[in-house]
Write a protein that binds this ligand. Structure first.
Ligand SMILES: C[S@@+](CC[C@H](N)C(=O)[O-])C[C@H]1O[C@@H](n2cnc3c(N)ncnc32)[C@H](O)[C@@H]1O
Length: 218
């Protein structure tokens, strides 16, 4: 019951915030919210400090993070200017949209989120990306990395089909479709200096094998 109320509240927040955005953006944001388990990721946020959402897209996750007071403020960092321009009407004083890649990352943050972004980068770029996120975190700061687990074969096939469609439509910036199995990703995060790496399966009844890595900067 509580979960349904939270979901309804999140949908209402998104509806209000994107009310003046183009219809295509409103539908995209709704589709992302319905197809990606954002609420259980939000629940992990520290309830204070600043969040950096890397590859934030239209900023729905960062917006929900401030609206639900899961953080005090958020920066939605996104390299695709089309997405940022389409969000020009979104007004939330605790949320700032910034155009850029990880080289724009600065600061001492309580949390960094990376939601369905790594898969668009070639695997040999992942270490640099995750290191930039780590360096922006305060000691003990939280990394929330949402990925797709490629070891679920049926769900992976569905995912590949969708990727082809998204590429044909040119919906998302990026050069790759790369995935890594949870044990390898856990080793990668530990090797890069993250501690307390936890794997949380969020796929459930979703058609995608969502997996969340929760880790802390040492
Ligand atoms: C599938 S979308 C996810 C967007 C958002 N995180 C969400 O959950 O709705 C992937 C995003 O990653 C962004 N992206 C692609 N390459 C990137 C890079 N090198 N650095 C940061 N973001 C990148 C894309 O522009 C796109 O907005």
């Amino acid at each position: 019951m509580q979960q349904r109320a939270t979901r309804r509240a999140a949908l209402a927040t998104l509806r209000r915030a994107y009310a003046r955005a183009p219809l295509a953006v409103r539908l995209h944001v709704l589709g992302r919210f319905l197809s990606c388990p954002m609420l259980p990721v939000l629940e992990r946020l520290p309830g204070r400090g600043r969040l950096l959402d890397l590859g934030a897209g239209h900023g729905a996750f960062a917006l929900l993070a401030v609206a639900s007071e899961a953080v005090d403020s958020a920066v939605a960092l996104e390299p695709d200017h089309r997405k940022l321009l389409a969000c020009a009407s979104v007004r939330e004083p605790r949320l700032r949209f910034v155009a850029g890649y990880t080289d724009a990352v600065r600061g001492r943050l309580a949390a960094a989120s990376v939601i369905d972004v790594l898969y668009r980068l070639p695997i040999d770029g992942w270490d640099a990306f995750l290191t930039a996120a780590r360096d922006a975190l305060e000691p003990g700061g939280l990394l929330l990395l949402k990925e797709i687990d490629p070891t679920h074969r049926l769900k992976a096939a569905w995912n590949r089909l969708q990727e082809r469609g998204a590429d044909l439509l040119g919906l998302t910036l990026g050069d790759a479709f790369s995935y890594e199995a949870p044990p390898e990703m856990t080793r990668r995060l530990s090797r890069l200096g993250f501690a307390e790496v936890e794997i949380v399966e969020l796929g459930g009844w979703y058609p995608h094998a969502h997996v969340l890595y929760v880790a802390r900067n040492k």
